[in-house]
Design a protein around this ligand. Sequence first.
Ligand SMILES: Cc1cc2nc3c(=O)[nH]c(=O)nc-3n(C[C@H](O)[C@H](O)[C@H](O)COP(=O)(O)OP(=O)(O)OC[C@H]3O[C@@H](n4cnc5c(N)ncnc54)[C@H](O)[C@@H]3O)c2cc1C
Length: 276
Amino acid sequence: MDFLQPTSWDEALAIKAAHPGALPIAGGTDVMVELNFDARRPDALLDLIRIPELARWSAQNGRIRLGACVTYTRLITELGGRLPGLAMAARTVGSPQIRNRGTVGGNLGAASPAGDCHPPLLAAGAEIEVASARGIRTIPAADFYTGVKQNALAPDELIAAVLIPAASGPQQFSKIGTRNAMVIAVASFCLVLDLRNAAVGTGIGSAAPTPGRRRPSASWPGPWPRPACGSPAPTCPRASQVSSASGSAPRRPPSTTCGAPPPTAAVRSRSWPGVP
Ligand SMILES: Cc1cc2nc3c(=O)[nH]c(=O)nc-3n(C[C@H](O)[C@H](O)[C@H](O)COP(=O)(O)OP(=O)(O)OC[C@H]3O[C@@H](n4cnc5c(N)ncnc54)[C@H](O)[C@@H]3O)c2cc1C
């Protein structure tokens, strides 16, 4: 088996064009299990971990562009405040070792119905940026999952990044499994309240051949009824994030307390006692 190790994105796309059968490998937490169990025997592996662009994230126009090889650990530590739903899901993935290696791009590449990134990406209205030597296109998360462990990538395409609106309101993720840690979801759900657009987003995992979303039964009237954080606004860094994003004056939180969603660790510890 050939092991192809490009060091630039252009080189990776050229290799994928020349060898469409080469299997991409990022953290390897899915791929290596498949190889070890002989479930797959590709002619070549295309290692993406040396490509600097894939390991970067940036904020653009209210959206986070998350490189495909950003790990769960970095997502949790660097983006927990801006992408709370996805960070909550990331905290439930595997063990610390898996979170140090595993990536959001790998979760999308695997496209398991039980993958924990999918509900938050669906609920937030994320788009997947994919590329080939032919060019770049974006695919709404809702159109990305095409079957059990199948996605909308063409054979010569790679996932470059995920484009996710930064949170403008509370987000919550829950995962039901047979235990609290190192567990594959029996069912998972993410709810996103979008204060900027007065909209509600949902994402459901492990309940059908593909992750999906459900339209809320009624539109959300807003404004968000209570400031959830409660810290004094002048000292809480989260207050400025929300007040600058919440648009018109009537929606802004009271000036004395922070209206940001509670810190994600507090939310998670209610849902997932015992998960580190
Ligand atoms: C012990 C253990 C526990 C786990 N627990 C969980 C869990 O709780 N929740 C969960 O969701 N998952 C879990 N997983 C599965 C796995 O860790 C995740 O799916 C992870 O996100 C995969 O990321 P990776 O970078 O390791 O992907 P890899 O294994 O490198 O790749 C996974 C798939 O994506 C493709 N791929 C990777 N990057 C790209 C790219 N840029 N473009 C195109 N295709 C690409 C690969 O070809 C492969 O098909 C667990 C795995 C193990 C071994």
